[in-house]
Design a protein around this ligand. Sequence first.
Ligand code: ADE
Length: 235
Amino acid sequence: MKFSIITLFPKTIQAYIEESIIKKALERNLLEVEIIDLRDYTTLKQNQVDEYQFGGGKGMVLMVEPIVKSIEAIKTKNSWIILTTPQGKTWNQNLAKQSVQDHDHIIIICGHYEGYDERVLEYVDQEISIGDYVLTGGEIPALVILDSMTRSIPDVIKKESFANDSFENDLLDYPVYTKPVDFRGSKVPDVLLSGHHANIQKFRDEQQVINTWNKRPDLINESKLNKNQKAILNK
Ligand code: ADE
């Protein structure tokens, strides 16, 4: 699995990768990340990649040529090309998993300034947004997308940790506890200290539903619940 990130801020991308689980995955050859500096693909003075927009209006716009040239330099016939933009399809766990399953090479273009020349879209497969708010640049969205996809690559994280992730079965995760057993009178639920695996599993199943019901009721989908979870919903 290979990711290529086209950005105006290669150091920002690199710095995050150095400190994250992505670095470990790179060391284990589970993926490859290539960072492309958009400024390497301009022929203009001072490595200019942006211009004022035709028709007037505030702010600079990324020019089509450097973006298309950078894509052409790295694209293969199997590449899938994402552009980060608040106008895109909203990213989620299912999209992260599906993208990793469906593609071997994903190119992420980080949008910037007031936007990009509309003709860039002729070279893009999917516009992606990470939520309904506007950020100052596409590096954070690109890292969000990269990080969530990296977690979905087989063997990057342990199967057990993945299975109970929030969103994995369209529910939020169950609560977890560690030492001390009693913190200022607030105690770890007894069942977790009981060593009784079936009861612990039942508690966790139920807590997933309760947690989701309290925090994200919009996610509750009865058809995806197991027996323990349906029972708690009907109580
Ligand atoms: N660029 C600016 N805001 C963004 C967002 N919410 N998602 C993706 N790219 C963006």
